[in-house]
Design a protein around this ligand. Structure first.
Ligand code: IDC
Length: 545
């Protein structure tokens, strides 16, 4: 019995020990699990931040992130001072830094081609993972596919659900590794109408495990939103019966306004050619007619470079250039449009450099067009370099009397220093003893903003008439991104002050300011799809109030 009791006691003891050990082990495992769970929470917080970076349309979100960094930087600095920055903390910091990147998805669709009575286009999808997290089992949803046919697809599986196509990985791209990029997912899509092309594949959403982690390329979305905003607030300009010239006749300057033959305020809204030496094909009657009838433009500016390669005062063919100007004026006249003859000073910096050629040119032009009510002379596009208003005025005082000898009252636009940005320099010393003189302000909305508007405002307040004879909505190089907000601010300013404007430039050069899409070779009769993004914006802008 005794030995039995001993056995029982030993067994109980063993059971107790085992239970204690089990509790210990369970506790450990549970603790580990909790730790993991907390880590997962951290990871998902990190993902949310990543997402907000990705979809950050609002400046606030971006600012928040910058602020976080600053605090982190500050803490690091303080730690450095204390000499406390140990290895572990350093690792932590590196890890969170690495985690700051975002995951992006971009959906682009190429220009459509005609096919079997419908249209085909290529759609490319790119995923870029700048973060330190790895993603698995992704899917991308892209809208507009209800009636689309997928002719061919590469590096993804697909199914169409409702209006969306759902793209999922094939074997090799299941895992999106940290700091990686997949840009070889794409497809050939067939649709029935041009309208379908407009509504398909405009953005998309990336999901991982059913959760949205990124919205497609924000730029594309913003562009669409802006277009819709414009369309919503757009009040179409009534189509004029008869031509602008028939209705408004000879223009003159009254105060800071252009007024028409009836003394009513009038606004010229037009398009500038690129250099006519380089893009002569756009000087054609059909092109001007398209701009008049489809866009509602009432003016064309003929830009003739003076000092660049092919320019009038360098190696350009003077007769050919003059006959292009003459053709341009004729087409505008036949169509009842106003026309600016622009002596496109740029590389010459100071208009005095080629003043002798300018004298001959404007003598010839003004005697030829003395009786035209629609011709406007722009005597120096953009003086720049160290050219001062005094230099320009010296030039204007030579050229204006030459024009006036023949053409008593045409509007003459005088350029201003610093690429026609410094119109405020005119205030203290404008051209005197002459009527119908205006001063150029040029802007490129992504570069020039309130700093230039305030100069224009100062000039207007001082009674100096301003003409926006050249502008675009990209940056000053004529290229780069479009700044729609700045463009809106400029258009409000322009309309509030009844300023006339013409936009750079009528050509299909592969630069943002070109109004025609680079792949379109037509020189008139463009459909909206054949316009560049700037062209579409300008058309919407001119054709609305
Ligand atoms: C640019 C053209 C570009 C051309 C260049 C030549 O867009 O294709 O190669 O001239 O120098 C201006 C000028 C205008 C510029 C334009 C964009 O009046 O001639 O055109 N710009 O840089 N002023 C500000 C911008």
């Amino acid at each position: 019995m005794n030995s039995d009791n001993k056995k029982i006691k030993t067994s109980i003891l063993l059971i107790l020990i085992a239970t204690a050990m089990l509790i210990g082990v369970l506790g450990y495992i549970f603790g580990l699990k909790r730790g993991r769970a907390e880590n997962t929470d951290e990871a998902s917080t990190e993902k949310t931040t990543t997402e907000s970076v990705t979809t950050a349309d609002s400046e606030e979100e971006t600012e928040e992130i910058t602020e976080e960094k600053t605090t982190e930087e500050k803490t690091t600095e303080a730690k450095k001072e204390d000499g406390k920055e140990d290895k572990e903390e350093k690792e932590d910091k590196e890890e969170s830094k690495a985690g700051e990147g975002a995951i992006y998805v971009k959906v682009t669709s190429g220009a459509p081609w005609e096919k079997d009575g419908g249209y085909g286009f290529q759609c490319d999808v790119m995923i870029k993972n700048d973060s330190s997290s790895e993603y698995e089992n992704w899917e991308i949803r892209v809208a507009g596919f209800k009636d689309a046919e997928i002719e061919n697809i590469w590096n993804a599986e697909y199914k169409i659900e409702g209006d969306e196509i759902i793209l999922t990985p094939v074997e090799f791209n299941k895992r999106i590794a940290a700091k990686s990029e997949y840009k070889d997912v794409g497809m050939i899509v067939n649709v029935k109408t041009k309208e379908d092309c407009k509504n398909i594949a405009k953005g998309g959403t990336l999901l991982v495990g059913g959760e949205v982690v990124a919205e497609a390329d924000a730029a594309e979305k913003i562009r669409e939103e802006k277009k819709q905003e414009r369309e919503a607030k757009r009040e179409p300009r009534p189509v004029e019966e008869g031509t602008p010239l028939d209705n408004h006749g000879k223009l003159s300057v009254k105060g800071t306004d252009i007024v028409d033959k009836n003394g009513e305020k009038y606004q010229l809204r037009g398009v500038s050619t690129h250099g006519i030496a380089w893009f002569p094909d756009y000087v054609n009657k059909d092109a001007f007619q398209t701009l008049r009838d489809d866009w509602g433009a009432n003016m064309i500016r003929l830009a003739m470079y003076t000092d660049e390669g092919g320019g009038y005062c360098t190696d350009g063919d003077k007769d050919k250039l003059k006959s292009l100007v003459s053709d341009g004026v004729d087409y505008a006249t036949e169509l009842g449009m106003y026309v600016i003859i622009d002596w496109h000073v740029l590389h010459d910096l100071n208009p005095m450099k080629n003043v002798d050629e300018a004298k001959k040119f404007f003598e010839e032009m003004s005697s030829k067009y003395a009786d035209n009510d629609n011709v406007i002379y722009e005597i120096c596009n953009e003086p720049n370099g160290s050219t001062t208003w005094e230099d320009i005025k010296e030039y204007a005082d030579i050229i204006i009397p030459i024009i006036r000898k023949n053409d008593k009252d045409a509007i003459i636009i005088v350029g201003t220093p610093t690429w026609s940005q410094d119109v405020d320099t005119v205030i203290s010393d404008p051209v005197t003893g002459q009527e119908n003189i205006m001063y150029a302000v040029h802007f490129y909305a992504a570069t020039h903003k309130e700093n230039i508007r305030s100069k224009a405002k100062a000039a207007l307040d001082a009674g100096i008439p301003v003409f926006i004879s050249e502008f675009s909505i990209c940056d000053a190089s004529g290229n780069g991104g479009i700044d729609y907000d700045s463009a809106d601010e400029w258009m409000d300013f322009i309309n509030e002050n009844n300023l006339s404007y013409s936009s750079w430039s009528l050509c299909n050069k592969n630069e943002t300011s070109a109004l025609i899409a680079p792949e379109c070779s037509k020189t008139s009769g463009w459909t909206d799809d054949e316009l560049s993004e700037t062209g579409q914006w300008l058309k919407d802008t001119i054709s609305s109030k």
